[in-house]
Structure formats: C-alpha cells, structure tokens
Design a protein around this ligand. Structure first.
Ligand SMILES: Cc1cc2ncn([C@H]3O[C@H](COP(=O)(O)O)[C@@H](O)[C@H]3O)c2cc1C
Ligand SMILES: O=C(O)c1cccnc1
Length: 350
C-alpha cells in the first residue's frame, strides 16, 4: 500500500470546551464586554486551537521557504533572479527583515532552500530540500511535475514537524523567490476563476507598464492551464516550490495542533490552495496583515479573513506575520492576566 501523502493526515477540530471557557472568562474580566475588540476573539481562538485555558505565543517557529521561478525569463520582476539565493544567505546571516524580527521576538527561524538557479554563496545553516534549480517557465509549461509537487508538500510537512518538535505555539511560514508574485497570482486566478488583471500587482515594484506585461504573461499561463481548479493540479501547473511547500507546511502545522499566523499575498495564496485541498485547515489560520499587493484584498475576501494589521507592507518573508506577533501576545497577556470582576471586587454591569 502506498503511504498516504502528508497533506492527507487528519486535522483536529479546535477545542469547543476551551473556546467556551475562554469566552466566559472574557465576559468576567474587569472591562466592559467587548471593549478589547478583536483582541478578545484572538485570545479565544488561540485558547480553542491550543487546547488550553492559557493561550500563548511565546514559542514561535518561523520557516522561510525559498525557491526560484522559471517564469523569471519573462521579465516579470523588478529584481534579478539571483536575489533569491543572495537573500537566503542574508536570512541566515541575520540581515534580512525576517531575521531581525525573529531575533526581536526570540522566535526560531529556519530557512529552507527548495531549489535555486543561482545557489546562495553559502548554504551553512540552510535546510537543504532542493527539488530542482527552480521551476519551469509556467507561461510555457507546467511549473513542476506531480512528483516535484509531492516533494515540495512533504518538505513543508517536515518543517511543520520540526516546529512541533520545538513545541511551537504558533507557526509562521514565509517565502522568498524572485518572480513568485507572478506564480502566486496565477495560482489565485486559477483557483478563484478571476482574470489576471484582477490579481496581478507590482510585486517588488514594477511600474504600470511592467504590471501590464506581467498580466499578459499570467494570461498566457492561464490559457495554457485551462479551467481546472483542482488545487493540486493548479499548484503543479502554476505554483512554485516554496508556495507548494507552504501549503504542505500549513496543513502539517494544523495536523499537529499548531495554529498558523498567515503572512501577506503569497502565503495567503498558499493558504487558499491548502484550504481548497483541506477545508478543515481554515479554522487553524489567523491572518496577520493586509498586504499592499492589490490582489490580497480579493484573496482575504475569498478566505473570509480579517487580518490583524494593515501597515501597507509588501515584503513577504513572513515579515508581516512577525510584526503582528506582539498584538497576539498582548491578546494572550490580557486574557491570562486580567482580574475578574469577582476577584477585583469591581461592580459588573447591572
Ligand atoms: C531584496 C529583496 C528581499 C525580499 N524579501 C522578500 N521579497 C519578496 O519579493 C519577491 C516577490 O516579488 P516579485 O514577484 O516582484 O519578484 C519574493 O521573493 C518576495 O518574498 C524580496 C524581494 C527583494 C528584491
Ligand atoms: O505580500 C506579500 O507577500 C508580498 C508582496 C510583494 C512582494 N512580495 C511579497
């Protein structure tokens, strides 16, 4: 019998008992009901997901998935493809935005290389999950084979296992891959049956002419792909290794009982594909921020997601999720630390 793929493992249901206890506690804390706004719901959601009366986000695992994209030959990014490998080195050297945030949050950061055309100058400290030297050009052919897709999903699942081994309370997936807003937009268009124009944006900073060209490249990819909306087919045809690995990591994280804080545009596309594959994943996703990449609005709507922050960020790497962590920590500290009306001898509402 063939082994089931990791993305087929069971995803637990959030604890209804802990949700109810947390909701009741929120109603007894020394504040007008609902006055902590979304912080209340965040703490309640985390209590249910973490299966605890004292939710927390002290132990965080961040995994940045990196890979190159064959579609870069179509000149769809403001930056050269070699930047992917260079940034991998920067992540482990500690100089990237996500490296700074991981230190700031005392989070564990790992960098996973799924395959680059120009390898990083040093691979010390990088998790090697290389599948190929980047994907094929998705404007002309399927980005990856079914076997490569399975490899990417499994690499994501292994990252989720490492997060579980570290007893992570929250998982953050990040990505790096020059050209990946083209791939992510194409995946989203195929899943949502939207035209390229509705979802493509500047990415790293294309001008209006650059975005128009990117739209035509995505249209070519979508015409080649056809109207198949099956998530695994869409991922293999239009995805990237890091996007597929993220989908595997999100499912793997939920399967191990670790809630996920979803970053910006690209991770949300991976989340959409993963939710289409496993609808029970949706409960495990908290959305960190609303990216400046214009297509993110449509994606958030499709996932019925209301992100914690909107700081006009458009970086990726998991950086927006990392920046939202202090808000999540505040929600938990308030939930766990505030006195109840009864404890403090404060009169509750009539
Ligand atoms: C120095 C640098 C650091 C980054 N960190 C994340 N990205 C982001 O930009 C890329 C996607 O944009 P596009 O599709 O336009 O290439 C991804 O690698 C993404 O994570 C970066 C981009 C650059 C240039
Ligand atoms: O929101 C994102 O994930 C994003 C936006 C632009 C470029 N890279 C990533």
């Amino acid at each position: 019998m063939p082994q089931p793929s990791p993305w087929q493992t069971a995803i637990p249901s959030p604890s209804q008992t802990h949700r109810e206890t947390a909701l009741s506690r929120q109603g007894q804390l020394t504040k007008p009901a609902g006055s902590l706004g979304r912080l209340e719901a965040l703490a309640v959601d985390l209590a249910a997901l973490q299966n605890t009366d004292t939710p927390g986000a002290d132990r965080i695992s961040i995994a940045v998935f990196a890979a190159d994209h064959g579609v870069c030959v179509e000149e769809v990014s403001a930056f050269p493809q070699a930047v992917t490998g260079q940034m991998i080195a920067n992540f482990v050297a500690g100089g990237a935005a996500i490296s700074v945030m991981a230190r700031h949050l005392q989070a564990r950061l790992e960098v996973i290389n799924l395959g680059t055309a120009t390898p990083p100058p040093t691979s010390d400290g990088v998790v090697d999950e290389a599948i190929a030297a980047g994907t094929a050009n998705l404007a002309r052919q399927a980005a990856m084979s079914t076997a490569q897709l399975e490899q990417a999903l499994a690499a994501g699942d292994r990252a989720a296992q490492r997060a579980a081994d570290q007893q992570a309370q929250l998982f953050i997936g990040g990505e790096m891959g020059i050209g990946n807003t083209t791939s992510a937009s194409a995946v989203a268009c195929a899943l949502l049956a939207e035209p390229a124009l509705a979802l493509a944006g500047p990415g790293t900073g294309l001008d209006a002419e650059g975005v128009s060209h990117k739209v035509t490249v995505i249209e070519r990819a979508l015409a080649r792909h056809g109207d198949n909306r099956e998530p695994l087919v869409v991922l293999a045809s239009l995805g990237g290794f890091e996007i597929a690995a993220l989908a595997g990591a999100l499912i793997g994280s939920a399967a191990r009982g670790i809630p996920v804080l979803v970053d910006g545009f690209i991770v949300t596309v991976a989340a959409l594909a993963a939710v289409r594959l496993r609808p029970d994943l949706r409960d495990w996703l908290l959305f960190a921020h609303h990216s400046r990449e214009p297509g993110h609005t449509r994606l958030l709507e499709a996932l019925n997601a209301e992100p914690v922050l909107n700081l006009s960020m458009r970086l990726g790497e998991g950086s927006g999720a990392a920046v939202a962590v202090p808000v999540i920590r505040s929600a938990c500290a308030l939930h766990n630390g505030m006195a109840t009306f009864a404890d403090a001898g404060v009169n509750n509402a009539e």
